[in-house]
Design a protein around this ligand. Sequence first.
Ligand code: PEP
Length: 254
Amino acid sequence: MRRKKLIVANWKMHPGSMAEARSLFGKTKRAGSRLEKVETVICPPFAYLGAFAHGGTSRVFLGAQDVFYSNSGRATGEVSPEMLRDLGVTHVIVGHSERRALGETNELVARKAVAVLAEGMQAIVCIGEKERDEGGAFYETLKVQLKESLQGIARRFFIDLIIAYEPLWAIGKSAKEASTPKDVQEMSIFIRKVLTDLYGKEAAQQPSVLYGGAVEEENAGAILSSGGVQGLLVGHKSLDAEAFARILKSANAV
Ligand code: PEP
C-alpha cells in the first residue's frame, strides 16, 4: 500500500476559461510541490489537459476525469488511453457517479479501468451508494459495483488500482453532511473485505482506497487520520486554490 497520502483534485466541468485553469493549476502545483508526504493529482477537464501536458512533478501529477476503453475504433468525441499517457497523464478517474448518471454501466467502467491500467496509468475506480437504507441493502449495491467494475483486471495491476468510495448523498455537500471518519473507516474495512473475498488477502491489500464526498478543510485531516483510507477525492473545494492548499497541508500533517 502507498506510503504517501493521495489527494485527487476533480475539477469536474470547471473553471470556465483557460486563463482561470492556468492560474488554478499553477497555485495547486506550487502548494502540492512543497509537501513531502502527499501525492497531489490534478484532474482538469479534457479541454485543458494539453496545456498542462507533462506539467507534473515528482509530487504533483496530471490526471484525467474519464477515458475511452480502447486505443482504436470509431469513437467520435472520445479520448483514448494512449492519448492521455502521451500527455503525461498518470491517473485516470473512471466511473465517477456523474458519468454513471449519464448511463455508464459497471461493465463499461471495468473496460475503461482495464484499458487505463494496460497503458501503464493508475485507474481511480469510483463506487458509491445513492442512499443508505436502514436494512443495509446499500452494502450489496456496493459489493456488486465493486465486483462488476473490476471485472477483467488482472491481479498484477492491483498496485495501480485505486478505489474511490464516494457516497452520492455526500457529493457536493458541506463537511457537516459528509461521511464521518467512523463511517469512512467502516466502509474502508468493508471494501477490503469484499476485495479479500474476491481476490484473496494478498491482492486485496494492494489497491489504495480513497474517500470522496464533501471533503473540506474541516474534515480532511480527521478522515485521513481515522478513516482508514489512503487518500481523498476532492470536488468543489479543489476549485478554491487556497482551501485546497489547506486540505493538502492537513494531509501532509497526518
Ligand atoms: C466528487 O464529485 O468527486 C466529489 C468528491 O465532489 P465534492 O468534493 O464536491 O463532494
